[in-house]
Design a protein around this ligand. Structure first.
Ligand SMILES: [Zn+2]
Length: 219
């Protein structure tokens, strides 16, 4: 991997990271890398890692640094060099993971890390998550206004166990605790975006930053 921009997408669960990332990857020459989707795939495959992950997610806990680092190592190296950037969703989630990413890629020529934060108030997030459904195949999220019964990819839309309100509140508390040191760590390369805006509004803000980073649209 060389000449690559690693875009660390930060934001609480339900802040719209996945939706924004999918929008960007359709339009720009970037690869979407979601540790959440990778972990859920392990669960679906019922691998050893998947079984461990399933019980942690079911109780609203966060998966350990070791498990996440392992899955990143396994999957990030295979990403093609033709991409202008990789959008990392769900990683790094802790400062320890950020340091691991830095150690791994800082020595790579022309590889840079840029962080983008989607800011959304906690009550807005709880309202969004308690109403959304998720595609059990590709992980896309759908809000109630979209009135969908199936995903564009053909997958079934389901309510996720970890989207119940009590579980979401617990995840938000953990998120707040973990994001502070990460925001401090990325302070000099952090772009903040108003995530409460519409999808189009959020996308426009993100696009302006991608252009300023020199990332090209898909041809
Ligand atoms: Zn789908």
């Amino acid at each position: 991997m060389k000449n690559t921009t690693l875009i660390v997408l930060l934001g609480a669960p339900g802040s719209g990271k996945g939706t924004v990332a999918q929008y960007i990857t359709k339009k720009y020459n970037v690869c979407y890398f979601s540790t959440g989707n990778l972990l859920r795939n392990e669960v679906k495959k019922k691998s050893d890692m998947g079984c461990k992950v399933e019980s942690i997610l079911g109780s609203g806990g966060l998966v350990s640094d070791d498990i996440v680092n392992e899955i990143v190592e396994k999957n990030l190296r295979g990403i093609s060099e033709e991409y202008g950037a990789v959008v990392l969703d769900g990683y790094p989630r802790t400062k320890k993971q950020a340091l691991m990413l830095e150690c791994r890629y800082a020595p790579v020529p022309d590889c840079r890390v840029q962080a983008i934060l989607l800011n959304v108030a906690p009550e807005e997030i709880i309202s969004r998550i308690s109403q959304r459904t998720i595609c059990d195949s590709c992980g896309s999220a759908y809000g109630p206004s979209q009135r969908k019964t199936a995903c564009a990819c053909g997958g079934a839309l389901v309510r996720r166990k970890d989207d119940e309100e009590v579980v979401v509140r617990h995840r938000l508390e953990e998120y707040e605790r973990e994001i502070e040191p990460l925001l401090a760590y990325y302070a000099d390369k952090l772009i903040e975006i108003d995530g409460a805006d519409s999808l189009e509004g959020v996308a426009a803000q993100v696009e302006a930053h991608l252009r300023s980073l020199g990332i090209e649209e898909r041809r």
